[in-house]
Design a protein around this ligand. Structure first.
Ligand SMILES: Nc1ncnc2c1ncn2[C@@H]1O[C@H](COP(=O)(O)OP(=O)(O)OP(=O)(O)O)[C@@H](O)[C@H]1O
Length: 329
């Protein structure tokens, strides 16, 4: 399988001519076709900005100051014109969000909104569109699709709205589905159902998924590969097994230690000491330096290189690079 999406050295800053430290700095990652790729990190780590930049959906006051985003045979998405990108959006790359009402318009019926997607991207007869919509609603587990089509979004439950948004995103069978915290707003049982549904649909439609979440449980459950982000920088990339069984970056190790301490009565709850730095506290080197148990001089001034541990496992950490060893907690 080839690489479907490659983000290369992406930096995002506030303002048109920002000279300060960027919010997202030198992010690079590669999504293999057919796989689910997770980006995990605490709130504010830059996960959403990274994913929004793929479809040029960043807020006006934010600027991509560096980097490229190569997608399939389309070249660099960042250099495409607005109308070229519009043809890709919804057809080849779709997005689902934490809050379905971000994608659904309260003023229109589900029927209208699903048909609009097909009308924009495909040349189909009314009958063909109807069949496609009904099939997709069935595929996402909506039991009486003909009835639901007549509803407005507010007439449906949160879980139903999430299913409709997924149906809308998959209607044109996109090569890439970007899911930004798709289950965060849902209660635990619905969360599990939606994750299960996404797994099933991924196999059925052979989509590649970029899954953004702060929840390591969701990553373990759904992903093949993972990038760990901290304060706008990627600190570690690996397969799910590598990240969970052999984490190398002190931040990844801290995150896992914190999660593993939950529900373990014999152990005190663990939290990584200190706080995530705000933008005006970013240093030029590794942004985890102020909280890192392994910090050395270089960490404050220079961004660490990517050290390759295996073909799929890389880590950005001066201590790991210099020592060439792993640090287990
Ligand atoms: N429009 C904006 N203007 C200025 N700063 C912004 C803007 N949008 C996001 N940021 C800042 O960029 C940083 C990264 O935000 P981002 O939304 O990507 O984080 P995240 O990892 O997705 O977190 P969350 O899970 O809370 O959404 C945060 O510090 C945030 O405050």
């Amino acid at each position: 399988m080839g690489i479907l999406l490659a983000i290369e050295n992406l930096s995002i800053a506030v303002g048109k001519k920002s000279t300060g430290e960027p919010l997202v700095k030198n992010v690079s990652l590669q999504l293999e076709e057919g796989k689910t790729y997770g980006i995990v990190g605490e709130s504010g780590s830059g996960k959403s900005l990274t994913s929004l930049s793929i479809l040029n959906l960043l807020a006006d006051k934010l600027t991509i100051t560096e980097g490229q985003i190569q997608f399939a045979d389309k070249g660099n998405l960042l250099s495409l014109k607005k109308n070229q990108l519009q043809k890709i959006r919804g057809k080849e790359i779709s997005m689902i969000f934490q809050e379905p009402m971000t994608a659904l318009d309260p003023m229109y019926t589900i029927h209208y909104q699903l048909f609009e997607v097909l009308k924009f991207h495909k040349k189909l007869s009314k009958q063909q569109m109807y069949e496609q919509v009904i099939n997709m609603l069935n595929a996402v587990g909506i039991s009486r699709p003909e009835k639901v089509l007549k509803n407005y979004p507010h007439e449906l439950s949160g879980g139903m709205r999430q299913r409709i948004m997924i149906a809308m995103a998959l209607l044109c069978n996109p090569k890439l589905l970007i899911a930004d915290e798709p289950t965060t707003a849902l209660d635990v049982t619905i969360q599990a159902q939606i994750l299960e549904l996404m797994k099933k649909l991924k196999q059925q439609y052979q989509s590649t998924i970029l899954l953004i979440t702060h929840d390591l449980g969701v990553i373990a459950e759904s992903c093949d590969d993972v990038a760990v982000m901290y304060a706008g920088q990627i600190v570690e990339i690996g397969s799910v097994e590598e990240i969970f069984d052999q984490p190398k970056h002190p931040y990844t190790q801290g995150l896992l230690k914190a999660v593993n301490s939950i529900g373990n009565e014999a152990q005190e709850l663990y939290a990584i000491p200190g706080n995530v730095p705000t933008q005006d506290e970013f240093n030029e080197g590794c942004r985890f330096a102020s909280r890192c148990p392994l910090v050395i001089e270089s960490c404050h001034n220079n961004v660490p290189h990517l050290t390759r541990i295996t073909q799929s496992h890389t880590v950005r950490c001066w201590a790991v690079e210099q020592e060439g060893v792993s640090y287990e907690t």
